[in-house]
Structure formats: structure tokens, C-alpha cells
Write a protein that binds this ligand. Structure first.
Ligand SMILES: Nc1nc2c(c(=O)[nH]1)N=C([C@H](O)[C@H](O)COP(=O)(O)OP(=O)(O)OP(=O)(O)O)CN2
Ligand code: ZN
Length: 135
């Protein structure tokens, strides 16, 4: 019997979606508002879920207090109040789209979650735009 246990978190970050190998017209056409040369921020909402068997001793799939601390240490400290393009090495040559941010977050957390558990990251860039990555 598998159960999914989840923790919500949030962070604020600035970004600009842009490809240096494209001209301004193409960048604006594809990336729209998020291509504005002035960096702008989003309030990202994050849901991290761990799925697995319930430990019969604790009744936990994973201690959510531990998951909270992992998200603080590995996600919030790395991304909160940062300019993703300029401050976060993973985005030096990677556009900080919601999809790419979700993959970066998953890769940061995966080593800290037991191999027997599945990890899912849901990232909201706006209240209505969100992506899901499960590895
Ligand atoms: N597949 C993706 N599409 C888009 C992404 C993305 O990361 N992945 N990002 C954007 C923009 O960065 C941003 O999300 C704005 O999108 P938009 O739909 O224009 O959002 P609004 O500001 O209008 O706010 P809503 O609340 O979503 O209406 C675009 N596409
Ligand atoms: Zn944006």
C-alpha cells in the first residue's frame, strides 16, 4: 500500500527568459512578458511529494518535519530572493522556465530522499501556471 505525503513551500525569485542566440523579436515572441530586459519576480509555490510504503513503526511514509528542513536547506536557501539567471549556477546556461526550475529542485532533493521512495515536484509560477516533474 503506497501513500503520497506532501509538503508545501514557497519562494520569491527574479528571472528573465531569454536565448542569447535569438534576436530580440524572436525572444519577445516566444517568451513574452518574461523576456522583458528588466528582471522581474514571481512568487513561486512549491509542493514536494514523497510516495512509498508506510513505516509500520512510525506510521510515516517520510517524516514531514524532515522534508520541511530539506526544502529549506536545499531549495529555499538556494533560490529564495535570488536572481535565478545571475545568482544560481544551474541557470547560467539554462533558461529559468518553470519546467527547468522544477527539474533543478528535483535534482537538489533527490539525493536526500530514500531510494525506495518516489519524489514529485509541483511548481506554480503563477496561481494558474504550474508544472510537475517526477524524474
Ligand atoms: N511552458 C511554459 N510556458 C510559460 C512559462 C514557463 O515557465 N513554462 N512561463 C511563462 C511566463 O514566465 C509567466 O508564467 C507568465 O505567463 P502568463 O500566462 O502570461 O501569466 P500571467 O502573468 O498572465 O498570470 P496568470 O495568473 O497565469 O494568468 C509563460 N509561459
Ligand atoms: Zn517571469
Amino acid at each position: 500500500m503506497k501513500v503520497k505525503a506532501s509538503r508545501k513551500a514557497s519562494f520569491n525569485a527574479a528571472h528573465r527568459l531569454h536565448r542569447p542566440d535569438w534576436d530580440d523579436e524572436r525572444n519577445k515572441a516566444v517568451f513574452g512578458k518574461c523576456n522583458n530586459p528588466k528582471y522581474h519576480g514571481h512568487n513561486y509555490d512549491l509542493i514536494v511529494s514523497v510516495t512509498g510504503e508506510i513505516d509500520p513503526v512510525t506510521g510515516f511514509v517520510m517524516d514531514l518535519k524532515v522534508l520541511k528542513e530539506l526544502i529549506k536547506e536545499h531549495v529555499e536557501e538556494a533560490l529564495d530572493h535570488k536572481n535565478l539567471n545571475l545568482d544560481v549556477p544551474e541557470f547560467e546556461n539554462l533558461n529559468p522556465t518553470a519546467e527547468n526550475i522544477a527539474v533543478v529542485i528535483w535534482n537538489k532533493l533527490r539525493p536526500h530522499i530514500k531510494q525506495t521512495k518516489e519524489l514529485e515536484v509541483v511548481l506554480y509560477e503563477t496561481p494558474r501556471n504550474f508544472v510537475t516533474y517526477t524524474g
